[in-house]
Write a protein that binds this ligand. Sequence first.
Ligand code: ZN
Length: 317
Amino acid sequence: MKRYLALDIGGTKIACGRFTEDGLLEEKILFPTRAERGYKEILKDIVSVLLRLKTEDTIALGVGTAGPLDRIKGEIYSPPNLPGWDGVPLKKDLYENLKIPIFIDNDANAACLGEYIFGAGKGVKNMVYVTVSTGIGGGIIINGSLVHGVRDSAGEVGHQTIVPDGPLCNCGNKGCLEALSSGTAIAKRAMEEINSGKDTILKQWAKNEKITAKHVREAMLMGDEVAREIWNNAMEYLGIGIGNIITIVSPERVVIGGSIGLSGKDVIEKIREVVKRRVFLVPVDMVDIVQAELGEDVGIYGAFAVALVEMRNRGGD
Ligand SMILES: [Zn+2]
């Protein structure tokens, strides 16, 4: 039996796992990133955990990490949540310690591939993955392969302009989907409404804790009008963004993940409703819009999938 290692690097936690080639997750080890330690210290921990997981029959390592990055060189270029990772040679450093082939992709592309092979994307050829949590990311699969684009920048579904002069986005543009529908954007809207003196239960809650998108959803479910409007606007924009992607890609399936994306069936229903209202040239009844299935393990399944696909392409199985 051949085995694979998988590594998912996030700003708050790092997950490592060992899989059999047919997709069984045999062992998983999680530890906090403590990103302020910087690259060298974090790398030391990663290597020691991966060496512990590595068996004699382990043939490759797949990595999903925050980008931007160069997939082929395996270098990472200053992700906002990994301070000090400024052009670090992650692939080279891992190879020196592990001596097996290493394949890297950004975390959203990896998650997309993970859902495609092991989760909600099974059985189709064309799929779009959209993850909605603190940010909005995604990936696009066409004819069974991830679309990478120029310097691995394809699939950034969160950074399409939705409102020309909308709120400023982290990427530098205004009115991106991420600046309108992410958890961060929803919380920011709530604070604006609270500060403008609107009558909302969120105002009471804000006295004791930092308001998040979760609070807005909770208030909305309790019947709070201000929260309902914030939430509905964010979901309307999300539906518009996903409708745009469907118009361009016409995938058989759209898989929605992330804490906001998975917060309730109503999110999927709202997206379907907006898509029906706004997409005319694609037969939308033939496009499934579904929830992601891999849950919190999507990161390591995705990292594994990145290596599995590359090894199969090489004729490695
Ligand atoms: Zn943006």
